[in-house]
Design a protein. Structure first.
Length: 135
């Protein structure tokens, strides 16, 4: 169900009570989050995440595309047998799975030590309890 704006702007849809997160208590909580993106704590959280995510993504994309590039540029090297019929190309492809797991582990470790602490500061700023009962 849509309502029309009085001044001819775009119509805004009002949430129905059946939609998740739209109870009167939850709608009141939305005001706590208003303007938090402008706070020092929130900007620090986003900057910290970007300092990890951007280099990790660039590294993984370069690592991922190195396999087809090396197969095209140095096929002799990539065909070099290491163990039986297993060659460097197969080992490199397998290493991409391990690299993804290592990056995920590094992200989780950073999230548990840095991002969670910063997110708790944002929650405190919003007047909410930090997750897990941490101070």
């Amino acid at each position: 169900m849509e309502s029309k704006s009085v001044e001819g702007g775009p119509a805004r849809r009002r949430p129905t009570s059946r939609e998740p997160g739209t109870s009167p208590e939850r709608l009141g909580d939305a005001s706590r989050w208003e303007g938090l993106e402008e706070t020092r704590e929130f900007r620090e959280l986003i900057a910290s995440r970007q300092r990890f995510v951007v280099p990790a993504t660039i590294f993984f994309i370069a690592y991922y595309f190195a396999l087809p590039i090396l197969n095209g540029v140095a096929p002799g090297l990539m065909r070099t047998r290491v163990i039986g019929s297993v060659n460097i190309a197969y080992l490199f492809a397998l290493s991409e799975f391990f690299m993804a797991w290592i990056l995920a582990w590094l992200y989780i470790r950073r999230a548990n030590t840095v991002f969670d602490r910063l997110a708790d500061a944002v929650r405190r700023r919003a007047g909410l309890e930090p997750r897990g009962g941490r101070p």
